[in-house]
Design a protein around this ligand. Structure first.
Ligand code: XMP
Length: 516
């Protein structure tokens, strides 16, 4: 792999993704890693990420110096670049001029990692410390007003660095730096794409599972669907999938799982229609956290019951269910490595928390993948396009998009309004610009309207289109007015109970993406 050494901040994940986009496999490791630990991973190249510290401040994170002697090509970025300069004997000090944001870099040598670059390029920087003199053996490749050494290389030792952030989209030619480093300097070919991922994973799953049986919960979302499809490709009918229909899904989603997905994959599927039970349990409940708790618990109990049945059926045939598939993604793995308890803003729910006597070993075929890779794999495996490109959708479903008590009637209205919004956003070609667009029914709010010459007293629908990279932060999407107008007209015409459509123009923070 290519190892991305993480110096804090949030750039390591982005770098790892860019490396994958260059068709090379990457992994993130902490900066406390030793040279020996690195050797065990047998990396073909190393990238040092940016970070918030200053190298000359006491206690600043540095690298095991032996790492620079491993004879593995290294690219330092921002703080990582300064660490390289500092530890190899260059001069790193407070910059005469801090540079934050768009910065013109003068390219002195358009070769090596900067080959193909124009004599000047626009870069994204964020530094108050600068490399004033490169260490011995390095040549200076670029400079800026505030950074006498903005890029450097020691071709002999295979060491490179740039002050700017080539991994962010605000550095238009950034990906070239990463690809030059990987392909030209480290000599790596294009070896990572969806078919190689599938081959790898299928092999790994077969090894892990052997001839035991496997169970998998489907949510209707991309991750569980792709995970299941991969496992199915690897071990066929040893896999049984369980789909709990909690009655809170969107229009068409149940059919998508029960028919389109099964048709595309040939997977054995057990569907449990538990909508009646869920709605009964939710009667009279409008407090968001209580809704989430009830839905989460009921979901686990329902899944557990279905699982027990499958385990019993398997036993009758002399088989044993040993494994449970989970669609854990790489960012979850990296983030949970951090381990500091984030504040409980909302109780997110996912399949998990099964009782002790139902113990399965986990199969996690997406554990090394980013979301875009999961989508590419899903497409390659022939899953339905709507499923592969489905927006993130919360486990508690429409239940947390009805502000107020959940009833069948309200669900029907919201389902219709949501379908209209989705259809119009897709028609306008906005699916891939918008991260997701929750459609929310403010069921207990009433306002006066006039429809067909008559006074109405209906509820509003809120449109919440957001753009985001990872849902941790988000901004409201600037959807064109005529698209909004079309959605509004259609919703008020087609959903009689709705006489007003409003747009949520709040970023996250301060608001969250969902309303509950
Ligand atoms: P918030 O509302 O916290 O949402 O800004 C962030 C992202 O998470 C999704 N979300 C959930 N996903 N189970 C999930 O699997 C949940 O309980 C849940 N609640 C929110 C939300 O749609 C957004 O993408």
């Amino acid at each position: 792999p290519v190892l991305v050494i993480d110096f804090g901040a949030q750039y390591a994940q982005l770098i790892a993704r860019r490396v994958r986009e260059a068709h090379v496999y990457s992994e993130i490791v902490p900066h406390s890693i030793t040279a020996e630990q690195i050797l065990e991973k047998d990396p073909k190249a190393i990238i040092l990420s940016g970070g918030p510290a200053s190298v000359y401040v006491e206690g600043a994170p540095l690298l095991d110096p032996k790492i620079f002697e491993l004879d593995v090509p290294i690219l330092g970025i921002c703080y990582g670049f300064q660490v390289m300069a500092h530890q190899l004997g260059g001069v790193v000090d407070k910059a005469a001029l801090g540079e934050y944001g768009k910065t013109e870099a003068i390219i002195d040598e358009t070769e090596g990692i900067l080959s193909g670059s124009p004599a000047e390029q626009s870069t994204w920087m964020s530094h108050g410390v600068a490399v004033k003199e490169a260490p011995e053996g390095f040549s200076v490749l670029a400079h800026t007003e505030g950074a006498p050494v903005a890029a450097m290389a020691d071709e002999k030792r295979g060491l490179f660095g740039v002050q700017w952030h080539p991994e962010v989209k605000h550095t238009p030619l950034g990906q070239d730096v990463i690809e030059n480093f990987l392909h030209k300097e480290a000599g790596l070919g294009n070896e990572w794409d969806s078919s190689s991922i599938i081959e790898d994973q299928v092999e790994k799953i077969r090894q892990q599972v052997g001839d035991a049986r496997v169970i998998c919960g489907l949510s209707g979302g991309v991750d569980s669907a792709v995970a299941a499809a991969l496992v199915h490709k690897a071990v066929g009918d040893q896999l049984t999938c369980v789909f709990v229909d909690h009655g809170l899904l969107r229009k068409g989603e149940v059919e998508q799982v029960k028919h389109d997905f099964v048709e595309a994959t040939g997977i054995k599927l057990v569907t449990v229609d538990a909508s009646e039970e869920f709605l009964t349990a939710l009667e009279g409940v409008s407090e968001p956290e209580r809704k989430r708790k009830i839905i989460g618990e009921k979901f686990i109990r329902t899944f557990e019951k279905a699982t027990r049945q499958i385990v019993a059926d398997a036993a009758e045939e002399g088989g044993e269910i040993k494994f449970l598939v989970q669609g854990t993604l790489y960012p979850d793995v990296v983030e949970s490595g951090g381990g500091d308890g984030a504040a409980n803003i909302k109780s997110h729910h996912n399949v998990g928390g099964l009782p002790d006597d139902l113990q399965f070993e986990l199969v996690e075929p997406l554990r090394t993948l980013f979301k875009d890779e999961v989508r590419a794999v899903g497409t390659e495996l022939g899953l339905p396009e709507e499923m592969v490109w489905r927006q993130p959708f919360p486990g508690p479903g429409l239940g947390i998009r009805i502000v107020g008590e959940i009833t069948r009637e309200r669900l029907a209205v919201l389902r219709e309004a949501d379908a209209i919004a989705r259809e119009e956003l897709s028609k306008a070609g906005l699916d891939r610009d918008i991260w997701q667009c929750p459609v929310v029914l403010l069921a207990d709010v009433h306002s006066v309207g006039v429809q067909g010459d008559e006074r109405t007293y209906g509820s509003p629908i809120v449109l919440r289109p957001v753009s985001s990279e990872d849902a941790m932060t988000a901004d409201w999407s600037r959807v064109p007015y005529d698209v909004l107008a079309k959605i509004s007209t259609r919703i008020t015409n087609e959903c009689r109970e709705i006489n007003r459509v409003v747009l949520d123009v709040t970023s996250k923070p301060p608001a969250t993406i969902e309303w509950e």
